[in-house]
Design a protein around this ligand. Structure first.
Ligand code: MV4
Length: 463
């Protein structure tokens, strides 16, 4: 059965030009991966991004709409029209915007184009956090205690579920994710009110009132596993990352590997992730998000896109994840097996944001001077240069500073030096705050939990 199907899949999936449906550093990152694979690029932009430097390095650069993302980067019809007019055979959605929109993935396929990502069905399964949990439980991935079904309306039944799990519990919206639509309940007295409030928010925000309940873990770390899967049933995991250093669900620093995790438990979880991918017919790149507490892993969500922090995994594995993602989208079989995947040394990524250091509000303006660090083990992913105008329309990420060294301690020192070498004038950024964070002793020791950064910021502003 295999051979004929493989051929059909490969013929179906040929393309010579890729439309990049994104902006900023990731548009440039994808453009480079395409060029290295001999593919032409069609980059779209909004009016605000007309002068972007990466327009010049794209084979085609098309303005598809006004600055507001809803009218440009989220405008599915305009993007599909741009693909048709330019002759692009595939669409890379990057991260954010339409990257996890199942309807868009389906529309791309219906238009006869390749969506560089998983099937619409996989995106939809993972987009619904209840169906995601149920698929993972069925595949043997360890999940947070709690049912993989929607909470019923019956008051006695939900009380019973909560007491079986044990307080504190967390109520989450099936349509939520990334920190939206959830509420912690510490005692039985407040259970029904919490459910009612979360249900109403879910109805408003996600158009679905479906909720589920889990044990609330109080001081976990956020560990994620990167996977890469082809359309022939091959799947590998590319090690793990620690993304616990976050503020209001925005990651600030990521690292690979996650420090202090024993090899055997993580290997078991990694194998469970790739087995789950095979079971659900997942293809493309993906990330399994886990909470890690007291030596145990608990699945919470799966991201079906290329992630902002993919570079730390590229640095430790030596693989080009974006190239690999494009190759599996072309229908090519993975040319690397699990036994060939290594993890060398340690990598950190700092997200450099144009934001006010005190209020964290996005700060727009012109970059009047820019000097970036360089040297062995230093990588900067950015689309900005001197004279670049940071626009207020999009998220505040302007650059990612990534370092790699033999050990975590050396990688931290390299990041300190690299941060010291940046000169960026004209706008406010979080660089001063990143410099201070890399002087912190607790962080240097490693294994800080998801609440550490917010506590650290509170102490800092108090003193
Ligand atoms: C949790 C949790 C504790 N217990 N689930 C927040 C974002 C979304 N991905 C899931 N989140 C959480 N789910 C249980 N059962 C704590 C969080 C959480 C969190 C998770 C990862 C990274 C940062 C976080 C910050 C606050 C809360």
């Amino acid at each position: 059965m295999g051979k004929v199907q493989v051929k059909v899949a490969e013929v179906d999936r040929q393309f010579e030009a890729v439309l990049i449906a994104n902006r900023g550093e990731i548009a440039l990152r994808i453009q480079r991966a395409c060029q290295e694979l001999g593919l032409k690029t069609v980059t779209i932009c909004s009016e605000a991004d007309r002068d972007a430097s990466y327009g010049k390095s794209s084979d085609v650069f098309l303005c598809i709409g006004p600055s507001s993302a809803g009218k440009s980067y989220l405008n599915q019809d305009a993007i599909l029209l741009a693909a048709r007019l330019s002759g692009a055979g595939a669409i890379h959605p990057g991260y954010g915007f339409l990257s996890e929109n199942a309807a868009f993935a389906e529309a791309v396929k219906k238009a006869g184009l390749v969506f560089i990502g998983p099937d619409a069905r996989s995106i939809a399964t993972m987009g619904d956090k209840i169906s995601a949990k149920s698929a993972m439980m069925a595949a043997g991935v360890p999940c947070v205690p709690g049912p993989d079904t929607a909470l019923p309306d019956d008051r006695d039944a939900v009380e019973k579920t909560a007491s079986e799990i044990g307080y504190p519990v967390i109520i989450k919206a099936a349509g939520g994710g990334g920190g939206r639509g959830m509420r912690v309940v510490t005692e039985a007295d407040s259970l029904h009110e919490a459910i009612a409030l979360t249900r109403e928010e879910a109805r408003q925000a996600f158009g679905s009132p479906a909720l589920y309940m889990e044990k609330f873990l109080q001081r976990p770390r956020h560990i994620e596993i990167q996977v890469l899967c082809d359309t022939h049933g091959n799947a590998v995991w590319l090690g793990h990352r620690d993304c616990s250093m976050q503020r209001r669900h925005q990651k600030v620093v990521e690292e690979a590997p996650a420090p202090g995790i024993p090899p055997e438990p993580i290997r078991q979880v990694g194998e469970a992730c790739v087995e789950a991918c095979r079971q659900i017919g997942y293809h493309g790149v993906g990330t399994f998000e886990f909470l890690y507490e007291d030596g145990a892993f608990y699945f919470i969500e799966m991201n079906t896109r290329l992630q902002v922090e993919h570079p730390v995994t590229e640095m430790t594995t030596g693989l080009d994840i974006v190239q690999a993602q494009i190759k599996v989208a072309q229908g090519r079989a993975l040319d690397i097996g699990q036994s060939e995947i290594k993890s060398d040394g340690h990598s950190f990524e700092c997200r450099i944001n144009a934001e006010d250091p005190a209020t964290f509000m996005p700060s727009a303006g012109v970059i009047t001077a820019l000097e970036l660090p360089n040297g062995p083990g230093i990588r900067v992913d950015t689309h900005v240069q001197t004279g670049y105008k940071v626009s207020p329309y999009y998220d505040s990420l302007i650059a990612k500073l990534i370092v790699h060294a033999a050990t975590r301690t050396e990688a931290m020192a390299k990041m300190r030096d690299a941060l010291a070498d940046i000169r960026l004038d004209g706008i406010s950024t979080n660089i001063p705050f990143l410099r201070a964070l890399f002087e912190d002793h607790e962080f240097a020791r490693g294994e800080t939990d998801i609440h550490y950064l917010e506590k650290w910021l509170k102490q800092r502003s108090a003193s």
